[in-house]
Design a protein around this ligand. Structure first.
Ligand code: MG
Length: 207
């Protein structure tokens, strides 16, 4: 049986920028500075990568204690931002997850979010997934797929909304279904095995 590993933001949910707002609030607390971050810089990246670059570029260099403090603030603000405006589950998500679960397919997450951030963003959806590869400790998303490869015995599929998800699947020897529900168009996702306008089209391809 294959395993299907889902990305979160832009794939399962639209979070309406809660992660970005939480990150900027945490950053401001630590530095008293306001910065802008291009959402395309964040999309498909691991939280570790993002934190590393913020510390290197704005906080005098990477240090573990700064990382932990920024992450602690981020998770606190993320919970607040989600309470104010809960993420929206994207069309077709429940139908796809229920169908795969009924087929006995193992469902997992492969996401740049830290595990706790994933849990907060997904809410009830989190319980569908029995395994996860998260962005807590890996700067490079592709490493998550290599971990998946070494952990999973059978083939795996990665479902995501960015070119990073596609290269991640390739790096780990997995297949990729891309969905154009994030920042990228179908055209930009053409390197995937299948490209869907949204998960509502899943059943055209997967039986
Ligand atoms: Mg995504």
């Amino acid at each position: 049986m294959p395993t299907v590993l889902f990305d979160i933001d832009g794939t399962l949910i639209h979070s309406g920028g809660v992660g970005q707002r939480a990150l900027l609030r945490s950053f401001e607390d630590l530095t008293n500075k306001k910065i802008q971050i291009n959402p395309l810089f964040l999309a498909g990246r691991t939280d570790y990568f993002i934190i590393y670059h913020l510390l290197e570029n704005y906080l005098g260099g990477y240090e573990r204690h700064k990382h932990e403090r920024l992450l602690e603030l981020y998770l606190q603000y993320l919970a607040e931002e989600i309470a104010k405006s809960p993420p929206k589950v994207l069309p077709g998500v429940y139908e796809v997850l229920n169908s795969l679960r009924d087929q006995g397919i193992r469902l997992g997450l492969l996401t740049g979010n830290v595990r706790e951030g994933a849990r907060l963003k997904l809410g009830d959806l989190y319980s569908y997934f029995s395994i996860g590869f998260f962005g807590d400790e890996e700067e490079d998303r592709n490493m998550l797929a290599l971990k998946a490869r070494s952990y999973l015995e059978d083939e795996f599929w990665i479902v995501g909304d960015t070119p990073h998800d596609i290269s991640c699947a390739r790096a780990g020897g997995g297949k990729c279904i891309a969905v154009a529900t994030g920042h990228y168009s179908r055209h930009e996702l053409a390197g995937a095995d299948y490209v869907l306008n949204s998960l509502e089209e899943w059943f055209f391809y997967w039986h």
